[in-house]
Design a protein around this ligand. Structure first.
Ligand SMILES: [Zn+2]
Length: 459
């Protein structure tokens, strides 16, 4: 099956569908879909006039996965970029080699992703130039929070005279080439000013059984929103699309696209003050939006919980990542009815670094899952792709084994069962029951053959 092709709709929108020749929980069955819901599942559902029959070829039906936190534009861009971190690149010579071999975009830029200090330390534009200076280069740090450009890149961007608080400067005012949290600014300075096409990412997500995604990119501007909306309308992104970065005061609700909690980034590098954070949370709650607060460190989590306490929790607020949760904060998470949207996939992907960098007393606090669930804290799993692994099978395996590179286990008591992990990569409203939302994937030995999203056969 060629998943790289653009997604094609397999039936006329709005026409009721009868899936035949499909296996549900080990039993041959048929599934009738009416509107966006499952109307009937059994062996003797008979075709009604006007229903379109889709033969599933004996494939197995599963409810589609929901990736509760990823970044679509960054993922599409990453798929067209050269990897600059482990496991592909592990030292300066390797980095120089991949940059020299990388194809440039139509404007002559080389785009790298996934840089880690384990490769060649804390690079600035001078040290990057010593590795590669022949074409303009920009490399994203694997945290997603920083871009590094080489000397030519800095010149093309006009970093010397540019004004953005994220442009790091030396005491004499010259830019270091490191640019923090400035994706929008950077995009506008780049020649194409465009967004990557999303259809390959949409198809890749479907091939992994993902029928619903939450884009967690903060502060989506009008251009970014329009691009995402048009990708949903055209079917480039055939998934349900829930957006956290919709500005306050706007509410997007259209075909398969919804507005979620309001994303607030509590930067690990520079904590906001408590009153400012409380005000931002209040401002969202006042217009009926819950919040989704990016919290990686212990300090960020303490501050965020204090702000939620002051602002008053909405009951639908989320903490994104919760990479470190000290045990004494679990009761607060529970009391404030906060959902934790976390990424155990990082353990498999970067766990080795964690075991080296994270304070040993914090190892048990990394990407908690089981202890939060036991305490009654709602937990949702996600990829944070492109920064973490996208494949639900990898995420589930990481949540179940918590094995890091080298075979060590991080937080043995936080392990989930396969069913627990899979259920946290889903949404309760989506299932294989009468009345469930009809987000269904059909698999055979070769992979996903048919996908239904919101009652529409999208593949
Ligand atoms: Zn993220």
């Amino acid at each position: 099956m060629d998943w790289s092709a653009a997604v094609r709709y397999r039936h006329d929108r709005g026409v009721p569908v009868l899936l035949t020749n499909v296996v549900v929980e080990g039993i041959p069955a048929r599934i009738r879909i009416a509107g966006e819901r499952i109307d009937a599942i059994s062996a003797d559902v008979h075709r009604r006039p006007g229903e379109q029959v889709v033969d599933c070829g004996g494939g197995v039906a599963e409810p589609g996965y929901t990736d509760h936190h990823l970044h679509l534009h960054a993922l599409a861009a990453a798929r067209r970029s050269v990897r600059c971190g482990p496991p592909e690149v592990t030292d300066g010579a390797g980095l120089a080699a991949v940059l020299a071999a990388a194809p440039a975009d139509e404007h002559g830029w080389v785009r790298g992703v996934g840089y880690s200090e384990t490769v060649a330390g804390e690079l600035d534009s001078d040290s990057l130039d010593r590795l590669y200076a022949a074409r303009p280069v920009r490399i994203s740090h694997r945290s997603g929070a920083m871009w590094l450009v080489n000397g030519l890149g800095a010149r093309v961007l006009g970093l010397d005279d540019a004004r953005h608080p994220g442009i790091e400067r030396r005491p004499d005012g010259t830019p270091t080439g490191r640019i923090f949290r400035a994706d929008d600014w950077l995009r506008k300075r780049l020649p194409s000013n465009g967004f990557p096409d999303l259809s390959a990412v949409g198809a890749e997500l479907l091939s992994l059984g993902i029928t619903s995604v939450t884009d967690a990119t903060p502060d989506l501007d009008t251009a970014a929103l329009e691009h995402l909306q048009s990708a949903a309308a055209s079917g480039a992104i055939p998934q349900r699309l829930h957006l956290l970065g919709v500005p306050l005061g706007r509410n997007i609700t259209e075909h398969r696209v919804t507005t979620g909690p309001y994303k607030i980034v509590v930067a690990d590098s520079e904590l906001p003050n408590l009153d400012d954070l409380t005000d931002r949370i209040r401002a969202a709650h006042n217009v009926g939006r819950a919040v989704a607060v990016h919290c990686v460190t212990r300090e960020a989590l303490i501050l965020t919980l204090a702000a939620l306490d002051d602002a008053g929790a909405s009951g639908h607020d989320r903490i994104e990542h919760a990479a470190i949760v000290p045990p004494d904060l679990i009761d607060d998470l529970c009391r404030l009815r906060v959902t934790v949207v976390t990424q155990p996939g990082f353990l498999a992907d970067r766990g080795h670094d964690y075991l080296r960098d994270v304070d040993p007393s914090d190892r048990e606090n990394l990407y908690r899952c089981a202890s939060l669930m036991a305490a009654g804290v709602p937990v949702a799993l996600s990829s944070d792709a492109p920064y973490g692994p996208l494949d639900p099978a990898e995420i589930i395996d990481a949540a179940v084994t918590r094995r890091v590179a080298g075979g060590e286990i991080a937080g043995r008591s936080e392990r989930l069962t396969i069913d627990e992990a899979a259920s946290r990569l889903r949404t309760p409203a989506i299932g294989l029951r009468r009345g469930s939302l009809a987000d269904i994937v059909i698999r055979d030995a070769a992979g996903v053959t048919i996908a239904v999203v919101a009652g529409e056969v999208v593949r």
